[in-house]
Design a protein around this ligand. Structure first.
Ligand code: UFG
Length: 328
C-alpha cells in the first residue's frame, strides 16, 4: 500500500517524503511544482498537477493502491492571502473538496491535513491548546480552518478519518543536508537572516519592536521540519490503528523573539548579520507558542531537534551549500 503526498515537493512536504521513505513507506507525490522543486523529491515518483484535477486523481487512485493521503498542497503566504483571498479559497478549499470527493469515490478513508497555528488568530492563552478558540485573522488561516471543518463533516457523512496538524513555525533542514528550504521570493525569518549572512541581502528588517513581549519583537515557537515530518508519519500510523479523527498542535512549547532568532543565527554562522527596525507586518500576533502535550501523549511524538541552534545550524548547512536553493 502507498501514501499519496500532495504538495510533496514543497518545504515541509519534501522533508516528510524523505522521512516516510526512510521508514520504508511507499510514497507517491502529486505536486504542480508552482512553488515546489523537482529536485527536492530525490527521485520519488511525481504526478505533476493539482489536487483540483479530478481526472488525474482518478488515474492516481486507480493506478496505485493508496490507503492514506497526506495533504500539503496549498497556497501558504499570509500576506498574499490578504491581497488575493479568492485564489486562496480556490486553491486551499475548493481543490481540497475535489480531493476528498475523489478519496471517497475510491474508498481512501485516511487523510493527514497540513493545518496551521494561523487558525487561532490572536490567542487569548499561551501556550495554545487545541481546544482553545479558533479565530483566524487572515484569509490563509480562514481557508485552513474551513478545511478542518470540511474534514469534520466528511467524517460524519462518509467516514473519512482525518488528523489535522496545526504547525507553529517550521524551521531547519534535513540534518544530512540533502534538501532544505527554498521559497522564491523568501518570506520566512530564518532563511532571510541566513541570506544576510551569505551577503545576499544587506540587512534583515525586524517587523515591529513595540509588541508586548520581553524585547518588543514577536515571539514564535520554532519546530524542526524533520520533527514535523515524524509527526506526519505517526499520524498516518495512528489513523490506521484507531480510525479516529482528531487535531494536534505541533511546536516545542518554547518561544523565541525575532531578535533572539537573529542572535542564534549570528552564533551559528559566526558572521556579522545587520538588522534594522521596520514597521509591524499586518496580521502578526505578538506571541504564538504551542502546547503540544496532546501530540506527545497520543502520537508518542518526541521531537529530535528541539534546540533553536540545531534548527539554525541545519538550515545554515543547507543554505551555504545551496546559495541559489535548488537552482543549480
Ligand atoms: N519577520 C521579521 N522580518 C522578516 C521576516 C519575518 O521580522 O524579514 C518576523 C515576522 O514578523 C514574525 C516572525 O519573524 O514575527 C516569523 O515570521 P515568519 O514569516 O518566518 O513566520 P510567521 O510566524 O509569519 O508564519 C508562520 C508560517 C505561516 C503560518 C503562521 C502562523 O510560515 O504559514 O506561522 O501564524 F500561517
Amino acid at each position: 500500500m502507498a501514501i499519496l503526498v500532495t504538495g510533496g515537493a514543497g518545504y515541509i512536504g519534501s522533508h516528510t517524503v524523505l522521512y516516510l521513505k526512510e521508514q520504508g513507506e511507499d510514497v507517491i507525490v502529486l505536486d504542480d511544482l508552482s512553488k515546489g522543486h523537482h529536485d527536492a523529491l530525490m527521485g520519488t515518483g511525481l504526478y505533476r498537477g493539482t489536487v483540483g484535477d479530478k481526472k488525474l486523481l482518478d488515474s492516481i487512485f486507480t493506478n496505485h493502491r493508496i490507503d492514506a493521503v497526506i495533504h500539503f498542497a496549498a497556497s501558504s503566504l499570509v500576506g498574499e492571502s490578504v491581497n488575493d483571498p479568492l485564489t486562496f479559497y480556490e486553491n486551499n478549499v475548493t481543490e481540497t473538496c475535489c480531493l476528498l470527493q475523489k478519496m471517497n469515490e475510491h474508498h481512501v478513508k485516511h487523510i493527514v491535513f497540513s493545518s496551521t497555528a494561523a487558525v487561532y488568530g490572536e490567542p487569548k492563552f499561551i501556550p495554545i491548546q487545541e481546544k482553545d478558540e479558533t479565530m483566524p485573522a487572515n484569509p490563509y488561516g480562514e481557508t485552513k480552518h474551513a478545511v478542518e471543518k470540511m474534514l469534520h463533516w466528511s467524517d460524519q457523512a462518509y467516514g473519512i478519518k482525518s488528523i489535522s496538524l496545526r504547525y507553529f513555525n517550521a524551521a531547519g533542514a534535513d540534518p544530512l543536508g540533502r534538501i532544505g528550504e527554498d521559497h522564491k521570493p523568501e518570506s520566512h525569518l530564518i532563511p532571510i537572516v541566513l541570506e544576510v549572512a551569505l551577503g545576499q541581502r544587506e540587512f534583515v528588517k525586524i517587523f515591529g519592536n513595540d509588541y508586548n513581549t520581553d524585547d518588543g519583537t514577536c515571539v514564535r515557537d520554532y519546530i524542526h521540519v524533520m520533527d514535523l515530518a515524524q509527526a506526519h508519519y505517526l499520524a498516518v500510523q495512528k489513523l490506521k490503528k484507531t480510525n479516529e479523527s482528531t487535531i494536534y498542535n505541533l511546536g516545542n512549547g518554547q518561544g523565541f523573539s525575532v531578535k533572539q532568532v537573529v542572535d542564534a543565527c549570528r552564533n551559528v554562522t559566526g558572521l556579522f548579520i545587520g538588522s534594522k527596525p521596520a514597521p509591524r507586518r499586518g496580521g502578526d500576533p505578538a506571541t504564538l507558542i504551542a502546547s503540544s502535550e496532546k501530540a506527545r501523549d497520543e502520537l508518542d511524538w518526541l521531537p529530535q531537534y528541539p534546540e533553536l541552534e540545531t534548527m539554525v545550524s541545519h538550515a545554515w548547512n543547507w543554505h551555504r551549500h545551496h546559495k541559489n536553493g535548488f537552482n543549480r
